[in-house]
Design a protein around this ligand. Sequence first.
Ligand code: NAP
Length: 301
Amino acid sequence: MLPEILLAATVPDFLRQPLEAAYQVCELANPSENVRAIVPLGGTQLSTAQLAAFPKLEIISVMGVGYDGVPVAWCKERGIRVTNTPDVLTDDVADIAVALVLMTSRRLVESNRFLHASQWIGGAFRLAHALHGKVAGILGLGRIGKAIAQRLEAHGMKIAYHGRSPQNVPWSYFDDLKALAAASDFLIIACPGGPETLGLVNADVLAALGPKGTLINIARGSVVDEKALITALEAGTIRNAGLDVFEDEPRVPASLLACERAVLLPHVGSATHETRRAMAQLVIDNLAAHFAGRELLTPVV
Ligand code: NAP
């Protein structure tokens, strides 16, 4: 009898097919109570009430590095293992952060729109802002945060960061997020989502970032008070924002969609063929290790 696995989200065929070949696979619409493993995506929310319906659950293998949708402490108490897919997506996500920095600073979206609208013939596009010499303040200097820092240093930017503690890196540490925002031209969010960071970037932090400041978020929408962000963008109390993630994805507030100061991407940080396949392989390998009684490759708990 093959172990039963629940797909808690729509997963790509290159994950679904190998799982269907190795396990008995069911979906949220018709779950089996004999499920021993669950496969969610990074953004999938799983409540303890939902999970309690699976008394035989042994492992949750998240296809994503962020596991803020999984009640990890509850799982740990019950001996349910949790895995994620770190490292393999770091470069792609850092590239998207840099792309958002360039798109906002150099007004690339606006200038593209300007030319498509045949406005060039009427005069040159307005000037934008240089990156070199500017300060990139990184909230959450982990795997992705460091990869962003290295890339932006190559663009001539100065790097500062905030996290719960200083690290052995050559960049300036701020123990206070508001102070980091005040010192930054770009505040770049790269910390995990979840209750600990909920609304961390609030109206006060945005006010500290100021009218010459840009907010970049490639982490989780929950880290930002989205209403306060929209207010700041509409009032011009920050210059602009580059966002890959939102509070209630894939629903994005109409006021944000209409906002000229915001560059918006549909959560594409890790969305390349190469990286998504590597993430899928890690899910497959973690599950195979678990059911063979071997050590997990990338355990969270
Ligand atoms: P990571 O290596 O665990 O780094 C997270 C960093 O955040 C750590 O350095 C940690 O530093 C800091 N941090 C944790 N809690 C914090 C808090 N309360 N306040 C301030 N800083 C805090 O994770 P990663 O691999 O870089 O991934 C980061 C996040 O990116 C993921 O959790 C995920 O949500 C997001 N992500 C988004 C996409 C996308 O498609 N847009 C793709 C992948 C990942 P300290 O321990 O020193 O505080």
